[in-house]
Write a protein that binds this ligand. Structure first.
Ligand SMILES: [Mg+2]
Length: 217
């Protein structure tokens, strides 16, 4: 079971599929996030100066220099996701890579965002020509990936830019192939070394053949 009942409900709506399973994060894996987000912030009078791999503590009100609190970050993120069609483009190479994998694998997008943004993201992905099923979760991703896989033990690849999500899937699906892909590789400077068993890829061109191999395609 996914621990998030709404995510579990969304998974139930998918048709049963026994092809190899490719589960992808969205922000900074399929869609650009950390590059457009500062432009959005600027339009609202805020600035992002990344000094660590987190938003809270790194966003300041431009006029006053005041660092904003978690609550305000959450509000700004919500406004960004409501307006995502104006800001978020496809990460380089993602559409082509998914196009080549999609006939042979089941591709599911699993985004950690409030469920209320699901419809906006769905229409944006459709407009970009990315028709893959989209699931939202407000809880850990690992249990959702385990439920998606089903009981038949099919190969699983999971791709995310957030180390905590990779760790969550590792703990729920021990034999999943885990890929660390970041739309902006300069952020790797803020991260500890990648844990054993996680495959680091530089971009989608690097990732696509490795994912195909891991899925047995
Ligand atoms: Mg992400």
């Amino acid at each position: 079971m996914s621990d998030d009942p709404e995510t579990a409900r969304q998974i139930e709506e998918l048709a049963a599929d026994d092809r190899p399973l490719l589960v992808l994060d969205v922000d900074d894996v399929v869609l650009e996030f950390i590059r457009p987000f500062p432009h959005f912030l600027k339009s609202r009078g805020f600035g992002l100066t990344l000094a660590s791999f987190r938003l809270t503590g790194n966003i300041a009100e431009t006029a006053s220099g005041r660092l904003i609190e978690q609550e305000e970050v959450t509000v700004l993120l919500g406004e960004f996701f409501d307006a995502q069609a104006d800001w978020q483009s496809i990460t380089d190479g993602a559409a082509e890579a998914l196009g080549t994998l999609g006939g042979r694998a089941e591709i599911v997008l699993l985004t950690a965002m409030p469920h209320r943004h699901r419809a906006v993201r769905r229409s944006h992905l459709d407009a970009l020509g990315l028709p893959y099923p989209l699931l939202t979760t407000e809880m850990a991703k690992g249990p959702a990936v385990a439920k998606l896989r089903g009981k038949k033990g099919r190969p699983v690849v999971f791709v995310d830019d957030q180390p905590s999500n990779l760790a969550s899937v590792k703990s729920s699906v021990a034999d999943a192939h885990l890929f660390h892909l970041m739309a902006d590789n300069s952020l790797r400077a803020f991260l500890p070394p990648t844990p054993d068993g996680v495959i680091v890829v530089d971009n989608w061109h690097d990732a696509a053949p490795k994912i195909a191999a891991a899925l047995g395609l």
